[in-house]
Design a protein around this ligand. Structure first.
Ligand code: MEV
Length: 334
């Protein structure tokens, strides 16, 4: 496990004394939400744009307060001393250490509790959301807040522990409140012409983002022409989708999503359980459906025609064997 001194301090960390608390106070809370990638996963690692949406039904709340003895962690995965936390909590601990290092208190002992409804390893941004909430809570417990760029850098420090060279899409999106366009490492809001109702269905199979990202990299080495052409098409679909979202062109959005699923399968990040739910979604009236996130398991994102059909679609996906189903609406301006 990484020693505290190995955690890089964000080089130009811009931290501010919290106006609503101080180090003398008993603790602080951090929050972040789940995300779903509407289009552009994997292609975004190679500089293509992406669109992601917040999933408001799912979120993480972390609480941190100065410990009276050695720091302890309390979460669904582990309860006990931080010093003995298992390696599978490495991302969370990296987030905590990065925040403490940035605050100039690398050795501070904190009690941290994490309450998350975001399923882990399902492509919904659980690792970035937990990291974001923990970092905000730890900084808060030190009497500090961070600006957006510093938060992003700190979350990225933890995301690198999760899967090597993250694009930054997850780190940005788990703190966003609306649909975002991600390009060149930055996000901006996406105009939404009309309400879009999505159903997210969990295959119950753990997604393997690190492996999936490595598989795309290998395939790109061995077959650069085919992979670059798929990445280009994913980038073009994301660009077209942005316009379609702004005009509320649901059928076109659905078609782009379904095409993206085919292209992602071609990149080697699919899984039979994902295909099964994608087919169930389209047979159940979805306008389009695709894997979302790293793939090789995880969730399917399906676009419903409207709220009433989202209800039927959810039932259909549950009957098809989805381990869990959520509905999320991206609200239009109208
Ligand atoms: C994972 O949620 C999204 C990927 O594109 C990886 C990344 O953007 O770093 C697969």
């Amino acid at each position: 496990m990484t020693a505290p001194t190995d955690v890089p301090i964000a080089p130009d960390a811009r931290l501010h004394v919290a106006t609503h608390g101080s180090a003398a106070e008993p603790g602080a809370t951090g929050r972040a939400g789940a995300k779903a990638i509407l289009l552009g996963e994997h292609a975004v690692v190679y500089g293509r744009p992406a669109i992601a949406i917040p999933v408001r039904a799912l979120g993480v709340e972390a609480h941190a307060r100065p410990a009276t003895g050695p720091g302890r962690l309390s979460s669904t995965l582990y309860h006990g001393p931080i010093a003995q936390a298992p390696d599978r909590l490495n991302v969370t601990l990296t987030a905590m250490r990065a925040a403490l290092a940035a605050a100039g208190k690398p050795d501070a002992a904190l009690d941290i509790s994490i309450d998350s409804s975001v399923p882990a390893e399902r492509g919904l941004g659980s690792s970035a959301a937990v990291s974001a909430a923990v970092i905000e809570a730890v900084l808060g417990a030190c009497g500090l807040t961070a600006d957006d760029e510093t938060m992003h850098e700190l979350i990225q420090t933890a995301e690198r522990a999760a899967h090597g060279a993250p694009s930054g899409l997850d780190a940005r999106t788990v703190r966003a409140r609306a649909a975002v366009w991600f390009d060149g490492g930055r996000i901006e809001p996406v105009a939404v012409g009309d309400d879009l109702v999505f159903v997210i269905a969990d295959t119950g199979v753990r997604g393997r983002t690190r492996e999936a990202v490595a598989a795309v990299a290998e395939r790109r080495e061995s077959d650069p022409r085919r992979v670059e052409s798929a990445l280009d098409e994913l980038g073009e679909l994301a660009t077209a989708l942005r316009d379609d979202v702004s005009t509320g062109a649901r059928d076109a959005i659905g078609r782009s999503m379904s095409r993206a699923h085919v292209l992602l399968n071609g990149l080697g990040v699919g899984d039979p359980a994902l295909d099964h739910l994608v087919h169930a979604a389209t047979a159940g009236g979805a306008l389009g459906a695709k894997l979302t996130g790293g793939g090789r398991g995880g969730c399917v994102l399906a676009l419903a025609r409207d709220a009433a059909s989202a209800h039927d679609l959810s039932d259909r996906l549950t009957r098809a064997g989805a381990a869990a189903v959520w509905t999320t609406t991206v609200e239009g301006a109208a």
